[in-house]
Design a protein around this ligand. Structure first.
Ligand SMILES: [Zn+2]
Length: 324
């Protein structure tokens, strides 16, 4: 769906609400009170009524839009822009695109969408041959409370995307590198006859921020992300030496820098592309939010071959995705 199609399909708030209603009814509404599934739509109240116990369900309740005061159309537009393009949007850019007066609700909406993306990807485990490597992303290490009295992680100041450097430097904490564990399905691709292309095919991808890269921490995250039948391919870093305990196979190779592209072709491409994408978009990311940006990146990458229904998936995403 391109922007023109989107505008034709959703010219106003009413068309968006009608579409949300239709999609939710296709999914089926379950009454929170009695578990009943038969409902009537109350047009003037914009709610469903349970045929069994008469309690009502709001159009947005149980969805990612629950409790948001933003119009449904704003959500739709934002989800569309975030899922239909390869580009990553800063909240400031999104605010401009949506013509919104306030920055915070837009920033918050985008983080919720990213969290929802993370939840969806967490349902799947990687399988087969997995390239595993560490990467370092620039973050801002924020003080507990900044000069405006905002608590760390309050969301107001943590993400300063779009603001100028001068503002970032004033008491906004120091630049730091965040360790990230990157896992990429990478299986032999005998059909690839082009000698300039990679000999392996990339499958799904996961990226997770790490407090450290010690063996136990690595194993904990790999066990969550990867099916135990799988084989890991890594360099000889100490943190990877325990992988055999949780996976069927592990090949660790001492990799000279020049060779990295051959032994671990996809994981390096994925890391380089993520860095390029984030560069200039999310200027100073707090540690808490880097994971959300990585999740968005992986979600879109993992669905690169079936873009068409991403929009519907996201508008029906659950509201129970917790913030932290
Ligand atoms: Zn009921």
């Amino acid at each position: 769906m391109n922007l023109l199609d989107f505008n034709n399909r959703f010219p106003d708030e009413l068309s968006c609400r009608q579409y949300l209603r239709l999609k939710r009814e296709e999914e089926g509404i379950t009454c929170k009170n009695c578990g009943g599934v038969k409902h009537y739509w109350l047009e003037n109240k914009s709610r469903w009524r349970c045929a069994n116990c008469m309690s009502t369900t709001n159009l947005r309740s149980g969805t990612i839009m629950e409790k948001s005061k933003l119009p449904v159309k704003t959500w739709f537009m934002c989800i569309h822009l975030m899922t239909s393009t390869k580009k990553a949007f800063s909240a400031l850019e999104m605010q401009r695109q949506l013509g919104s007066k306030r920055y915070e609700p837009i920033w918050y909406m985008m983080q919720k969408i990213r969290l929802s993306m993370a939840k969806r990807d967490a349902k799947y485990k990687l399988q087969g041959n997995i390239e595993v490597d560490d990467a370092y992303f620039a973050i801002v290490d924020l003080p507990e409370v900044d000069e405006l009295g905002n608590k760390k992680g309050s969301g107001r100041v943590v993400n300063t995307d779009g603001k100028d450097d001068g503002e970032q430097k004033r008491g906004r904490g120091s630049q730091k590198q965040q360790q990230v564990l990157v896992m990429v399905e990478s299986n032999p691709n005998p059909d690839q006859k082009n000698t300039h292309k990679k000999k392996r095919a990339m499958g799904f991808v996961k990226m997770v921020i790490m407090d450290n890269l010690k063996g136990d921490s690595v194993n904990y995250e790999v066990a969550k992300a990867v099916h135990p039948n799988s084989s890991a391919i890594t360099d000889a870093m100490g943190g990877f030496t325990k992988l055999k305990a949780i996976l069927a196979n592990h090949t660790a190779t001492v990799i000279p820098k020049k060779e990295a592209g051959k032994t671990l072709p996809w994981v390096h491409t994925v890391i380089a592309n993520a860095k390029r994408l984030f560069l200039g978009i999310h200027h100073s990311v707090g540690k808490e939010y880097l994971q959300n940006y990585l999740s968005e990146y992986c979600y879109k990458l993992n669905r690169r071959n079936f873009q068409s229904d991403l929009f519907d998936r996201m508008i029906l995403a659950g509201a129970n995705d917790t913030w932290y």
